[in-house]
Ligand binder design. Structure first.
Ligand code: HEM
Length: 412
């Protein structure tokens, strides 16, 4: 990360010494790893709040403490726009991510109904069957491309089963998700157009599904949510489009990438795998530390009013990027942060965000992570990355990693 040369592009309230050249969609050093690349931004001496002229110009919160504080306070840091570039955020119509309390609260209740811990416990056996089938198919082969063969398939199959949607729609929906979380384009306007097309694609997809499930009984997530009430009234069709589309987007891209990051680390740390295999309870409790170590989301908040924060003047409408990687991997929050330490307590992170919008799907995400580890360890003996493996990392609103070839000696 360099101090940006183009300091003349900054608005007048941005001090020259806060300007750094950070492109969230093409981080410096990304070839070494997504988390490693974000960590370069947090080197000693970098202030809590820096500004980059990239992606339309925005602030970045660089410490865990600042990330946490901003997530927690919607009165100062609004969700009115959470995407970058800001132009793309204006085209983003998912519900309720762009609402602040109190408007947000009743929609959040509808989401929580479909994703509650009780609801997730109820579906655990079905989720386990999906994991077992996938792992059993690859176990005798002695190798897999984890990202394509498991991570991109498992959470999506789980989600489609819970939402009662046909599996053949998965490639189409996955393409739409990528258009939104890592939108192509050379300018903010081009990126906004890509995101808008993705958003419209989701709406067109869910529209007939919502109409068909309205007023029906059923225990799939979509039926539960479209038949919820908001402020004592059935949820509006327009709002239901945004709510169900968000559910698809959030369920399709996050766990997928988290699992691949986790598995690369495990393949390089057989001693940790041995520790997990030896203690069932430890394995069940390991999810929190895994989420801390492998955050994948970096979205934004919009400054709600002029204010001074951490020594800088913020203007209403300024955008602040919140890289969740810079909380879990901040040494001031967690000692030796790149190490997965199963005995770490307390565990400090913002991997699921914070405040009123804290991830509604975290119980599902946690269960998917644990079930994956349990079923993997049952059927796959000691494993490692294939010789010459070179995972390919991408940064964006949700980070991604491809090309994770794993090898093992099949059990005879
Ligand atoms: C490792 C996996 C996951 C990560 C890291 C993650 C991360 C996040 C983060 C950081 C937010 C906060 C957004 C904001 O404050 O603007 C969020 C919100 C949300 N997540 Fe997740 N998520 C994951 C999995 C899931 C899954 C599996 C689902 C469900 C299908 C889900 C559903 C949601 C929903 C609906 C929201 C919006 C909540 C609201 O606006 O009130 N997430 N997630």
């Amino acid at each position: 990360m360099d101090t940006a040369p183009a300091t003349d592009q900054r608005p007048p309230h941005i001090p020259a010494d806060r300007v750094y050249d950070v492109d969230m969609y093409a981080l410096d050093g990304i070839e070494e790893g997504y988390h490693e690349a974000w960590k370069r931004v947090q080197k000693p001496g970098v202030p809590d709040m820096i500004w980059t002229p990239r992606t339309g110009g925005h602030w970045i919160a660089t410490s865990g403490d600042a990330v946490r504080e901003i997530y927690a306070d919607p009165s100062r840091f609004s969700s009115e726009n959470i995407w970058l570039p800001k132009e793309a955020g204006e085209k983003y119509e998912m519900v309720p991510t762009r609402m602040d309390p109190p408007e947000h609260t009743p929609y959040r209740k509808a989401l929580d109904k479909g994703l509650s811990l009780a609801q997730i416990r109820h579906v655990e056996d079905r989720v386990r069957v999906i994991a077992t089938e996938l792992v059993a198919e690859m176990a005798p082969r002695g190798q897999c491309e984890f990202s394509a063969d498991y991570a991109r398939v498992f959470p999506v199959r789980v989600f489609m089963a819970l939402a009662d949607l046909p599996m053949e729609d998965v490639p189409y929906l996955s393409r739409l998700a990528v258009q939104m979380t890592r939108p192509e384009g050379n300018t903010p306007e081009e990126q906004a157009a890509t995101l808008e097309a993705g958003n419209k694609g989701f709406f067109a997809y869910v529209d007939p599904i919502i109409r068909a499930r309205r007023g029906k009984s059923g225990d799939d997530m979509i039926t539960i949510m479209v038949n919820s009430e908001v402020n004592g009234q059935p949820i509006d069709h327009d709002k239901a489009l945004g709510l169900i589309s968000l559910l698809l987007l959030a369920g399709l891209d996050t766990v997928v990438n988290f699992l691949s990051f986790m598995m690369i680390y495990l393949a390089r740390h057989p001693e940790l795998v041995a520790e997990l295999r030896s203690d069932e309870l430890k394995l069940k409790r390991s999810a929190e530390e895994m989420f801390r170590r492998f955050p994948v989301v970096s979205e934004a908040r919009m400054v709600a009013k002029d204010q001074v924060f951490r020594g800088v003047e913020l203007k209403h409408g300024d955008m602040i990027l919140l890289p969740t990687a810079l909380h879990g991997l901040d040494d001031r929050e967690n000692a030796d942060p790149f190490k997965v330490d199963l005995d770490r307590r307390p565990i400090s992170h913002s991997t699921f965000g914070g405040g009123p919008h804290r991830c509604a799907g975290l119980h599902l995400a946690r269960m998917e992570a644990i079930v994956t580890l349990e079923e993997w360890f049952k059927l796959i003996p000691e494993f490692s990355l294939a010789d010459g493996a070179a995972p390919i990392y991408h940064s964006g609103i949700v980070a991604a990693v491809d090309n994770v070839p794993l090898v093992w000696t099949p059990k005879s």
